[in-house]
Design a protein around this ligand. Sequence first.
Ligand SMILES: Nc1nc2c(ncn2[C@@H]2O[C@H](COP(=O)(O)OP(=O)(O)OP(=O)(O)O)[C@@H](O)[C@H]2O)c(=O)[nH]1
Ligand SMILES: [Mg+2]
Ligand SMILES: [Zn+2]
Length: 391
Amino acid sequence: MGNKRYKPSQETLSKSRRTAKSWSKGSSSKQMYEKKRSWDEEEDAVPLRAVSMSPRLKNIQHKVNAQFADALEGWVIDSTGRSWITEFHHPDGRRELFDCVVSRSVITENPASTLVAVGDIVLFRTEAESGESDLLPSGVIVCVKERATKLARESAGKDGIEQVIVSNIDQVIILMSAADPFYNRRLIDRYLIAIELGNLEPIICINKIDLMDVGFVRGDLAVYTEQLGIPVLLVSAEKKTGLGALKQRLAGKKTVFSGPSGVGKSTLVNLLLGDEVQDVTEVSAKTQKGLHTTTFSVIFPLPTKQFPEGGFILDTPGIREFGMWNVDKENLPFYFHDFDDYRLECRFTPCTHTHEPYCAVKGAVEEGEIDAERYESYCLILASMDETRER
Ligand SMILES: Nc1nc2c(ncn2[C@@H]2O[C@H](COP(=O)(O)OP(=O)(O)OP(=O)(O)O)[C@@H](O)[C@H]2O)c(=O)[nH]1
Ligand SMILES: [Mg+2]
Ligand SMILES: [Zn+2]
């Protein structure tokens, strides 16, 4: 194999192999395809609605349509860094993986956003030459379809552009650990906003509960279950506790595990998938920084024996920050649903719930009706929005 553009790492190869293997076992992914029309039907309905393309391109729309007629519709399940592992569903039910690069003239239905993300539905052309990897046939992505849901944040350095971590999933497990590192409530609150914006359902999961007093964590996070109706699961991947409740939540769903580095995302994902998965510490040792061990998001089908309802889980790289995008200061209070009962009682409208007199939200914080830490999160996010504006 040449070393022209990309040489798959051992990790990628073993992942791809495993993914291919799990697929051929016939793991259920019915839901994934429910929304998908066959690409034959799609021919004259190639999506060109919200695409960011030049007026010149618009004039030759019919040509573009014709160009896509020979493209296949696939689902991006993994990334190697330079290419995208895309799964194609044959009409006879067989699934095939392609190693795809992105065409220079790719058309996207997701303007001002990451061009391709794991979870995306794409149109791609197969290439006769299998150049990059001797493992998978190669392809070229020519169109990225509109994302139904997404987990996205503001990308560092690029103002106003969202960075999509993963798309077209059902729910997000905000994974943190009870200790080493201690969970970060500020970050949980930022996640909740992004999750609502991305049209997703949140689940809070605290791992490494073996290192901490269960009662303390439960009490500290009670506001989420009691006031916001968000499930909080306490688990230990090491002691294998709390996994039953977690599995119940995963069955039949597409779930992404997201959270800071080192909280145990990969450990949990590996545990749920069974034996033959990448070695957490081995991978960790290979990376230079030793911190962000998982470099790209990757989708795994849940083992059908344990999950007859099917479902997929995604491991993602650890994140440090969660920059807000698409929310402005005026709208921020609407994402704090524990403020809902008080917001309309403020004397001044609009009220930022910070310096204004006769603010019902502040009053409720003082009375202990609104959780003080939630209010602190609100104030910090609001302040960070000022900083962004001044930059
Ligand atoms: N005590 C304890 N340690 C755990 C538990 N789960 C995972 N760990 C350890 O935590 C460390 C980090 O685990 P990873 O699974 O690599 O964490 P990650 O969230 O995938 O990290 P990134 O890929 O860097 O984002 C490893 O040394 C695990 O052995 C647990 O339940 N209890
Ligand atoms: Mg990891
Ligand atoms: Zn107010």
